[in-house]
Design a protein around this ligand. Sequence first.
Ligand code: NAP
Length: 288
Amino acid sequence: MKKIAFIGLGVMGYPMAGHLAKAGYQVTVYNRTTAKAMQWAHEFENSFAKTPKQAAEDADIVFACVGNDDDVRQVALGEEGIFAGLKAGGVFVDHTTASAELARELNQVALAQGKHFIDAPVSGGQAGAENGQLTVMCGGEQKIFVQLQPVMTAFAKFSQLMGPAGNGQIAKMANQICIAGLVQGLSEALNFAQRAGLDTDKLIETISKGAAGSWQMENRHKTMCAGEYDFGFAVDWMRKDLAITFSEAKKYDAKLPVTEMVDGFYEQIQENGGNRFDTSSLISLLKK
Ligand code: NAP
C-alpha cells in the first residue's frame, strides 16, 4: 500500500485527503495552520507533520492543494519544502490551480533530483471534493500518471493526462475560459427573463433540456435569481485563474475578448466588496 502525504487542508484539500484516508491509504497531512491539521488527523485517524518536508519523508506520493504560484513555491521548495523530504523516485502531485510555467519549473526540479512531478488541477468545486467526484487534468509522464490514476479515484470521478508538465494547467485554463463566458451568458438570460416577467423556474425547466443547458444553469439559476452568491468558487480565485490564463494566452497570441470583458466584470464585483462571492455573482452587476 502506498504511503501518502497531503499538503494544504483548505476547502478542497481537507476532504480530498479525507477520501484518501477512507480509501485505506496511510496519510500524513501538513497544513500551515496546524490546528486544522490536528483536527484532520483526529477526524480521519491518521497523522500530521509540522513541515511539508516532514510530511513528505517516507511518502511515495505527495499531493498538494494550496492557493497560488507563490504558495506552491513556499510548500515545495526550500529547506522545509516537499522536495527536501521526498525520496528519489517519489511523486509530487500539485492540485493547486497555478501557472503552466510553475509546473514546468517544478518538473525540472523533480527530474534533476530523480523524482517526478505531475500538475493536476481539479474542477468540480467544493461539492466535488466533498463527494469525491472531482475531474483532474494532468500534465507529466505517462508511466507516472498510470500509477497515480487509481489512487486519485479516491476523490475523482475522472482524470486525464493532457500531455507533458504544464498541460494539466492549460486544460484548467480552458475550463475557466468556458466558465467565464458561460456564466455571463446565463446571467444576462436570467436578468432579461426576470425583467420581462417570465417565471424563471419554468424557463429553466424548459431551456435546460435543449442546446442552452449547462451545469451552471441547472445548479445555479435559482440562487442567481435570488441574489445569493455563497455557493463555492470565489471571485478572488477566479481572477487569479484568469490572470494566469491571460499570460499563457499571450504566448500563443490566442485572443480572449469575452473572457477579458468578464474578468473586468469580476474586478467590479471585487471593488463592490464581493471578493468571496461565488462566480455566479456576475448577475449582481445587471440587477442594479
Ligand atoms: P482555501 O480553502 O483557501 O485553502 C488553501 C489552503 O492552502 C489552506 O490549507 C492554506 O493553509 C494553504 N496555504 C495557502 N497559502 C499557503 C502558503 N503560502 N503556505 C502554506 N500553506 C498555504 O483554498 P481552496 O478553495 O481549497 O483552493 C485550493 C486550490 O484549489 C486553489 O488553487 C483553487 O484555485 C483551486 N480550486 C478551488 C476550487 C473551489 O471550489 N474552492 C475548485 C477548483 C480548484 P491555511 O489553512 O493555513 O490558510
